[in-house]
Design a protein around this ligand. Sequence first.
Ligand SMILES: [Zn+2]
Length: 331
Amino acid sequence: MDWTQSIVGLLGVVCLVAAAHADPPSIIDMHLHALAADGQGPPPVVVCAPYDSMPIREPGATIDSYAQSFLKKADCAHPIWSARDDDALRTESLAALRRYNIIAVTSGEPAMVKKWHEADPKRVIPAIMFGMSDAPSIASLRALHKAGMLKVIGEIGTQYDGVAPGDPRLEPYWELAEELDVPVGIHMGPGPPGAAYLGMTKYRMRLSDPLLLEDVLIRHPRLRLYVMHAGWPMIDRMVALLYAHPQVYVDVAVIDYTQPRSEFYLYLQRLIEAGYGKRVMFGSDQMVWPETIGLAIDAIQSAKFLTEDQKRDILHDNAARFLRWNEAPSR
Ligand SMILES: [Zn+2]
């Protein structure tokens, strides 16, 4: 071996080492939250990822006893415990973004979102989460937008207030989203199992019906709207909305790690088989459980019925198109 060969050989090793450390392909998470660590109750609280069988509530059980049995007992094969405090939740969530090379639409209260955005401005895309009871003024949303801190309006969580998307009180928000040309995400689907018995007394499952969005979409044809949680479990009505309103996208947040894997796959496969593989976007909805981000990604990557192209669509390309980032792929 002469020197030239040695140098070529050395370069090969360097290249291999570089390849081994290359970032994984980028992922867009359409549904991350910047929450306080007690956002789901005093930590630590547990989530099953997934639930092997859904919780049973003893009729007449108090909120407290049901919450204790549901949030404090790891009654499943894969329990995930929440981060211990606000700093741990932020740093562990942001570490997961780096590990999996994720850029995440991140919603919460504006002050908390700002803190997360400052900690990692390249990966945290600022959004706002609100319900009817804590709905921000239109003026405050305009100010956030002007400051570059409102890239997505949502998660809109008015289902927890028993308020349907067509309620007149939401009309100013749809108008604003259309005027500012900002994408909107609305929660339609599951709360925690038995949400109405966990203090969310106004939550109604029937408001998961995606067809409740029809009149909003007709009134606001320029809305860039995505249905968070894909309206689970109302698959027929979700397919109906996607068919009739070809501008609508969905995310599969939370159902990708909480639902039994077979149920999640039935739901996702139905969306794909029905022809909407270009409008399904990845979301984690990690809330207070940073470890669920990786589990949610794994649920997509392990789906045998998806081609590699379909996985890329879900994990990145569909969201890039929806967010109109295609012109700037480095974002
Ligand atoms: Zn949600």
